[in-house]
Unconditional design. Structure first.
Length: 205
C-alpha cells in the first residue's frame, strides 16, 4: 500500500510519516505541506491512501480532496483535523473524503483507519458520528447567512455588515433572524458561539 501524507505543520507531518513507515506492507510515497503539493504528489505517485490535513495555506485540504476525487476517484482520502464540529466533518465527507480523524488520535487508531479506508470502508470515530447524526435533520444555513455570521463573529455591527455584503441593514436583520431560528438560539451572540463550536464558521476564516 502506498500512502501520501499532507499537513502544513512539520512536526505533525513527520510524526505521521514515522508512524506509517513502521507499519509492515505500507510505504510512504511522499509528503507535502499544502493542497497544491497534495495534488501533485497524487498525480506523480498514484497512492492508495492520502492523509489530508484540512486547513493549509495556498490550497486547503477540502479543495484538494475535491480535485483528487474528481480526477483520480480510486485514491482514498482520510481527512485529518483539529476541528471536531459536525459542519467540518460534513464538508470533508461531502468533498469526497472516506474518513475523518482528529489529530490527537492514538497511533493504533491511525493504523486501523488507514487499513480500513484502503479496504474500501468509511472511517468515522463513534463520537464524531454521533455529533454528525445529532445535526443531520437541522435546517442548513445559506452561504449568505454563513457570511453574515462570520462578520458578526468579527465584531461587526449591522451597518458594517450591510456595507460588507452590499445589502441594506434590514436585509442583514432578516438574515440574523433566520440564523437565530435555524440554530435554535436566543440571540446573535449565542449564534456565534454555537456556530464556532460546530465548525460552521472559524475565527481565522
Amino acid at each position: 500500500m502506498k500512502v501520501v501524507v499532507v499537513d502544513d505543520q512539520t512536526a505533525v507531518r513527520e510524526g505521521l510519516v514515522t508512524i506509517i513507515e513502521l507499519i509492515p506492507g505500507i510505504e510512504v510515497a511522499g509528503s507535502g505541506s499544502d493542497g497544491s503539493e497534495a495534488v501533485e504528489l497524487v498525480v506523480v505517485h498514484e497512492p492508495d491512501v492520502v492523509l489530508m490535513d484540512l486547513r493549509m495555506p495556498r490550497m486547503d485540504g477540502l479543495t484538494a480532496i475535491m480535485h483528487i476525487t474528481r480526477e483520480l476517484p480510486n485514491v482514498r482520502i482520510l481527512a485529518l483535523s483539529t476541528y471536531d464540529g459536525d459542519a467540518d466533518i460534513r464538508r470533508a465527507l461531502e468533498a469526497g473524503a472516506r474518513g475523518y480523524l482528529l489529530k490527537d488520535m492514538l497511533p493504533t487508531q491511525l493504523v486501523s483507519a488507514v487499513r480500513a479506508v484502503h479496504a474500501g470502508e468509511r472511517v468515522l470515530p463513534p463520537l464524531l458520528a454521533e455529533r454528525l447524526l445529532a445535526h443531520s435533520f437541522e435546517a442548513v444555513l445559506t452561504e449568505r447567512e454563513l457570511e453574515v455570521l462570520a462578520l458578526v463573529a468579527r465584531g461587526l455591527g449591522n451597518k458594517e455588515i450591510a456595507r460588507n455584503i452590499g445589502r441594506s441593514s434590514e436585509t442583514v436583520k432578516a438574515h440574523l433572524k433566520s440564523i437565530v431560528t435555524k440554530l435554535s438560539v436566543a440571540n446573535r451572540t449565542e449564534a456565534v458561539t454555537v456556530a464556532l463550536a460546530r465548525g460552521l464558521i472559524h475565527l481565522s476564516a
